[in-house]
Design a protein around this ligand. Sequence first.
Ligand code: PLP
Length: 369
Amino acid sequence: MSKIPLVDLAAAHAEVAEEVEAGFKRVIADTAFVGGAEVAAFEAEYAGFTGVPHVVGVANGTDALELALRAVGVGPGGEVVLPANTFVATAEAVARAGARTVLVDCDPQTYLIDTAAALAAITPATRALAPVHLYGQLAPVEALRAGTDLPIVEDGAQSQGATRHGRQAGTGGIVATSFYPGKNLGAYGDAGAVASADAGLARTVRTLASHGGLAKYMHELIGMNSRLDGLQAVVLRAKLARLARANAARRAAAARYDTLLAGLDVVRPVTLAGNEHVWHLYVVRIPGDGTPARRDEVLGRLNAAGIGAGIHYPYPVHLTPAFAGLGYGRGAFPHAERAATEILSLPIYPQITPAQQERVVTELATALR
Ligand SMILES: *Cc1c(COP(=O)(O)O)cnc(C)c1O
């Protein structure tokens, strides 16, 4: 039996192979390796796609978060509120900006940040909130905006193209995103971007990302080196032109899983009203006893059958050794902790076929027995 991967980057490459090859030749002929025309063109095209007018290409998503946080004024002595259940990079970026990570729990159905808890976690030291658009759907940022004037730095690494009430992340604010190869819009190496409605914030990000200066040797700020390169921009332009279609294919695949999974003892994902989901991940729950034993057994059986299922993520931020120093213990965020013991990501990518999905569900049904 052939394997079904969690994501199929080879299938994605096949669709853009010729365009990428031609673009790489262009970049090499122009020796436009860092920045350059391809990067500028991608930034403009991504702004057009998202409706967020000012886009700065950077080296990766973690840098994008750090740069966005620093641009809105996050630094030493400050605090940033973010969900405990996220990829660790959200918290890393806060730490790298010199600030303290303040964690809150998630909604048990959608796994998105508990907005009431986030607002309740605000202190005089809070400098920003960092909601995460987890698995491909947007968090209800409007509920945060209704309760605070603090800057909101959205983590859009998993949500390229997703909308809430018809608008994409970053509309009216600032969003950091990642183009790591496996994301919905993926490069062929590390890449990321910050997008903002605010030209001044975007200018600060661009300044910080380029050694603190926009003109050569004019260093206005202590910045860093975090720039998008021409080869990645070629790939991103080719894939951006196909992103809406790829996201629609993911939606069709998610709907197919919803139907196929109907009779099984798994909890299917929930889409928040008002959201158009882009299904970066299709995450089900295998009800357990509070330990990951049953989920891990099911995952092991799936993997043994050649199904590339995974866990996103097995440990909430506060239970990673790296962030143990924050002082939250087990029990601090019950919904995030329980979810971490039960969640399971099924293979999903635009090119997945109905037959592949049927096999995934057949193997899952067997594994659950
Ligand atoms: C991938 C990811 C990041 C980090 O992006 P990199 O490009 O890998 O640095 C940050 N936040 C979330 C939620 C992610 O999924």
